[in-house]
Design a protein around this ligand. Structure first.
Ligand code: GLC
Length: 715
């Protein structure tokens, strides 16, 4: 911590009352007209260190009013000019994947495999949100997840730790900018620490069982990357691991987060998580909740007021020492100072031109959409007659996805509007599958191509939105079957948030575009791809299973003595006797409008010593990638390793690098990856990083199932 900040913090703390110190650990939500006067009094007493700029426990699901910047400036003025210590309030809001300009849901952005563009979108987001007075957002959400039943899978980066880490870096860099103290920089918050995405059965808030080995190798890497990139806040998670609620766990919030990952910022709880320790059965009363959480290393209490109501008593009873409180206050004040809050506590809102942001939104959506199937039907010729049918043809709100509390559905173009801009009267459009079939009949009969706009409502995704059946509605499945009877080439556009079980759907379609919930410009991006103005280039950051009953099914699985997972097609007879648990579409999969050929995979050295790797030496892996088609295309070249034999079982494949490159038709590119210590090791269950000698296979290709490989020997 810079000395100047340290001395300012020490001076402040030395002058603060105990109650004022506890006030800095207190984050109530935005006051309403019912409690505004008593709220202002609490601010005046210095008992409001931060404000959650929303109302309700599931802000992502409930409409929140527009931000009233003057209102928050008024509260800030009381804090700065009338409270005993004049400490500014830190305003935090869930600006998860965009603000007024909504970008694709984070899982869709992960499908772009384009961290640079993600960073740009979060820079746009920070500019818009800080202009509304938001200092701090509760993103990136880095919960690795292998269970699409969990509604919050849409908020994260999927099933892989490597891409999670790259996205964590991009989001933190985009939000915090070149200098986190700038007025248009917004504090990031890596959440939810840790393991929330492993909620049993995909049921939100449910228990998890995560070994330390899995924690260090799957769930922690993205947090490690976020912290290394400068994230100064972390949000603890609702779940427990093996009976230990994270909220009150010193093992996770101090030993691992601080001592192993080196985090030195502050930890905020999730909403009411401190008082929920009673329901989790580890605390008798609210005073125990407060002392257990603070002593575990949880610095700021979101919404339940448990710290404000109980910590003075806890100090008097000896359950909590003032030193522990001082340490939490120090962390929070340090972050406030680094964020420049003492220099610019107020917001002067300006009129923003969002044209460039909307362009970025359309580009990001176009990079995130995944072409899963194309039997010679896409792109559609612009002179063709197109029948557009289905409940998502005129949909606006769902295209924005969950956790878009400042997005505006009425500003969101529909697929019908964007397609009509391209082909005008050649678009025959039926707004929904509920219309009488004969009117649909006429439009299908007259069409050269039928586009079915299908999907999943935004409100079936996000927090408290787990589902037991990961598919689209039976009415939509019926629509596919009916459309198929006309013998026309039929394209399915799936506006789904979560990965869905896709076998039953994809079989009956000639082409499938996975459009996710891709934000303000989702419809434009889909139209761009349908008519070939943009090449599809998204890749799956999660596995699409055949059936929901195959969950969990993920690519970075370890092998077994006898094949049980079957992800890689090992002896399918030994898996379920009633179905094949191979992925319908695997991790890293996605098509383009051209085809690529991989050849000539090689390494510049075949052996490398552990000591050389430790000293920073890298080996170069190269491959030739040729565009065999007639149009240019973007290929995401993926490098996976397999540590064939180690002191602990290692995954059959681990993504360790990727490059997304555009290649002109007929041209070839030589793609190289330099890999070394960082890529070739793993963590033991104590969190020690280890590189062992032995054979490592290197796979390079278009998705995790690629068989194109070479190998090296670590000696
Ligand atoms: C919610 C979510 C968390 C969010 C917080 C504030 O319950 O779990 O992700 O940031 O509360 O809305």
């Amino acid at each position: 911590m810079p000395d100047k900040i340290k001395s300012r913090v020490d001076t402040l703390i030395s002058n603060m009352s105990l109650r004022a110190k506890i006030g800095q650990l207190n984050q109530p939500e935005t006051p309403t007209e019912n409690n505004i006067e008593e709220f202002k009094e609490a601010v005046r007493r210095g008992e409001v260190g931060s404000i959650l700029m929303s109302v309700g426990a599931t802000a992502g699901n409930d409409a929140q009013g527009e931000i009233n910047v003057d209102f928050y400036n008024e509260l800030q003025k009381i804090a700065v000019e009338e409270s005993p210590d004049g400490i500014p309030i830190l305003f935090g809001r869930d600006v998860i994947h965009g603000h007024r300009t909504v970008f694709p849901i984070p899982l869709a952005m992960a499908a772009s495999f384009n961290p640079e563009l993600i960073k740009k979108c979060y820079r746009d987001t920070a500019i818009e949100a800080t202009n509304d007075g938001v200092h701090w957002t509760f993103t990136p959400m880095l919960d690795l997840c292998r269970d699409p039943r969990w509604g919050r899978i849409i908020e994260g980066t999927g099933e892989d730790p490597y891409i999670g880490a790259r996205i964590a870096e991009a989001v933190v860099a985009g939000l915090q900018g070149d200098d986190v103290s700038n007025k248009d920089s917004m504090l990031a918050c890596a959440k939810h620490f840790i393991g929330y995405g492993a909620s049993e059965g995909g049921r939100d808030y449910h228990r998890t069982e995560i070994s330390d080995y899995s924690l260090y190798n799957y769930y922690l890497p993205a947090f490690r990357a976020a912290i290394k990139s400068g994230a100064m806040t972390v949000m603890s998670s609702f779940n427990d691991i093996s009976g230990q609620p994270i909220t009150s766990s010193r093992k996770y919030l101090t030993d691992i987060l601080r001592n192993n990952l080196g985090f030195d910022g502050f930890v905020v709880s999730d909403y009411d998580a401190v008082i929920q320790l009673i329901k989790q059965g580890v605390a008798e009363n609210s005073e125990e909740c407060a002392s257990m959480a603070l002593n575990a290393g949880l610095d700021m209490d979101m919404h339940d007021g448990c710290y404000m109501d109980n910590l003075e008593k806890a100090v008097n009873s000896g359950a909590v020492s003032v030193d522990v409180i001082d340490e939490a206050v120090r962390r929070i004040l340090t972050v406030k100072m680094k964020a420049g809050l003492f220099e610019h506590p107020y917001t002067k809102k300006i009129k923003l031109n969002r044209t460039e942001h909307l362009k970025d939104a359309r580009e990001m959506a176009g990079e995130s959409i995944v072409l899963l199937k194309n039997n010679d039907v896409l792109p559609i010729n612009k002179s063709a007659k197109v029948g557009l049918i289905g409940p998502f043809s005129h949909e606006r709100r769902s295209l924005l996805g969950s956790w878009t509390i400042d997005g505006k559905a009425d500003e969101t173009p529909t697929l019908a509007e964007r397609m009509r801009e391209v082909i005008g009267g050649n678009l025959n459009c039926i707004s929904s599958s509920t219309l009488g079939w004969n009117s649909v009949n006429k439009n299908i009969a007259a069409a050269d191509v039928v586009v079915l706009a299908l999907g999943e409502s935004w409100s079936a995704t996000g927090e408290s939105r787990a589902v037991s059946d990961i598919t689209i509605s039976s009415e939509q499945k019926e629509l596919i079957k009916k459309a198929k009877t006309y013998g026309k080439k039929t394209v399915g556009v799936l506006f789904c948030g979560r990965p869905i079980a896709i076998e039953e759907i994809a079989e009956d379609l000639d082409a499938v575009l996975y459009a996710w919930h891709t934000g303000s410009e989702a419809a434009g991006a889909v139209s761009d791809i349908l008519f070939g103005d943009v090449q599809p280039c998204g890749r799956l950051p999660v596995t699409l299973p055949r059936k929901a009953t195959h969950i969990p099914l993920y690519y970075n699985v370890t092998s077994s003595g006898r094949p049980v997972n079957c992800y890689y097609g090992e002896n399918p007879g030994n898996c379920y006797i009633d179905s094949m648990p191979t992925p319908y579409y695997p991790f890293g999969y996605g098509l383009t409008y051209t085809t690529f050929k991989y050849s000539d995979i090689k390494t510049d050295i075949s052996k490398i010593a552990v000591s050389e790797l430790k000293a920073g030496k890298k080996l170069r892996v190269s491959v030739n990638v040729t565009n065999k088609g007639t149009v240019s295309g973007k290929e995401t070249v993926q490098l996976y390793i397999r540590d064939v034999c180690a002191s602990i079982m290692r995954p059959i494949r681990e993504l360790k690098a990727f490059k997304k490159i555009r290649i002109a038709p007929g041209k070839a590119e030589n793609v190289t990856f330099d890999i070394g210590y960082e890529e070739l090791g793993f963590f033991d269950d104590k969190g020690n990083y280890i590189v062992e000698n032995g054979k490592v296979e290197l796979y390079i290709g278009e998705n995790c199932l690629t068989g194109k490989k070479t190998s090296i020997e670590i000696v």
